[in-house]
Write a protein that binds this ligand. Structure first.
Ligand code: ADP
Length: 234
C-alpha cells in the first residue's frame, strides 16, 4: 500500500474562520503543516476538529482566511485528487457490496487497473472474503474498513481522518496503526482527529489541541504530545 510515487504535499492555513450564523466553529486558525507530518488534533466535542478536516478536504469553504497546498496543484489537477478523507459518518453506499463500492470510486478516480487495486485493498483491510456482501449488512468496524480502503484507493499524498478508530476492534486498530505508520514513513501527510492516547496516536509526529475553534496548544510550541492528547480527554 506504500504509494508508488508519493508527491510530498504540505498545507498552510492562514487565519481561517468558519462561522455558522453567529457561531465560530473555527477562529483565526493559522497552521503550517509540513509534508510527511502526522498531526493528531485533540479537543472536546464541538471544538472544531471535524470542521478543520472538512476545510482541509475542501468539502467546506472557510468564511475567512486561506488554505493553500504546497506545492500548489498543477492547473490540470484538482487538489482534491491528492487527498483522501475518511469522515465520521462513513461515506459508503449501503446497497452496494464492498467490492462494488470500491470499484465505483476507483472508476470515478480514474485509477488504472481498478479491479486489481480493489482486490489488493480488500485483502489489506481484511474484507476480501466478504467482498460480495452488501455494506448494509456490515458492522460499524467493517464499514470503517471499507471507508478507509476507499480513501486509500488513489494513494493520496494527504490523508484526512476523522476519529478513524471509531468502531474498529483491537485487530482493526492495530491494522490501522500499521497502515498509517507505513503511509507516514512514505511521506504521506496525515491529519486526524483523535480522543486520547492509543496505538493510533503513537503514529503522530505532532499534536494540536483546539478549544472553541482556536488552536490552544501545539507540540511545535513546546507542549508534549502526551499532555495535548490527554488534556482533551479530561
Ligand atoms: P468537533 O469535530 O471538534 O466535535 P465540529 O467541527 O464538528 O467539532 O463542530 C464545531 C462547532 O461547529 C460545533 O459547535 C458545531 O455545532 C458547529 N457546526 C459544525 N458544523 C455545523 C453546521 N453544518 N451547521 C451549524 N453548526 C455547525
Amino acid at each position: 500500500m506504500t504509494p508508488a510515487e508519493t508527491r510530498r504535499i504540505g498545507l498552510r492555513l492562514e487565519n481561517i474562520d468558519k462561522r455558522y450564523g453567529g457561531l465560530y466553529a473555527l477562529r483565526r486558525v493559522s497552521l503550517e503543516i509540513e509534508p510527511g507530518e502526522c498531526v493528531a488534533f485533540a479537543g472536546r466535542n464541538g471544538s472544531g476538529k471535524t470542521t478543520l478536516l472538512r476545510i482541509a478536504a475542501q468539502l467546506v469553504r472557510p468564511s475567512a482566511g486561506k488554505l493553500t497546498f504546497s506545492p500548489a496543484p498543477n492547473q490540470s489537477e484538482r487538489a482534491t485528487k491528492n487527498t483522501g478523507f475518511v469522515a465520521h459518518a462513513t461515506m459508503v453506499y449501503d446497497e452496494l457490496t464492498a467490492e462494488e463500492n470500491l470499484l465505483l470510486f476507483a472508476r470515478l478516480l480514474e485509477i488504472p487497473e481498478p479491479s486489481q487495486r480493489v482486490e489488493s485493498l480488500l485483502r489489506d483491510v481484511g474484507l476480501f472474503e466478504r467482498r460480495d456482501s452488501l455494506v448494509r449488512t456490515f458492522s460499524r468496524g467493517m464499514r470503517q474498513r471499507v471507508a478507509l480502503a476507499r480513501a486509500l484507493l488513489h494513494e493520496p499524498s494527504v490523508l484526512l481522518l476523522d476519529e478513524p478508530a471509531t468502531g474498529l476492534d483491537p485487530q482493526g486498530v492495530s491494522w490501522l496503526a500499521a497502515t498509517l505508520r507505513r503511509l507516514r514513513d512514505a511521506d504521506c501527510t496525515i491529519l486526524m482527529s483523535l480522543h486520547g492516547e492509543s496505538e493510533i496516536s503513537d503514529v503522530a509526529t505532532r499534536a494540536i489541541r483546539l478549544d472553541a475553534g482556536a488552536v490552544v496548544a501545539d507540540t511545535r510550541n513546546g507542549a508534549s504530545l502526551h499532555s495535548i492528547l490527554t488534556f482533551a480527554n479530561a
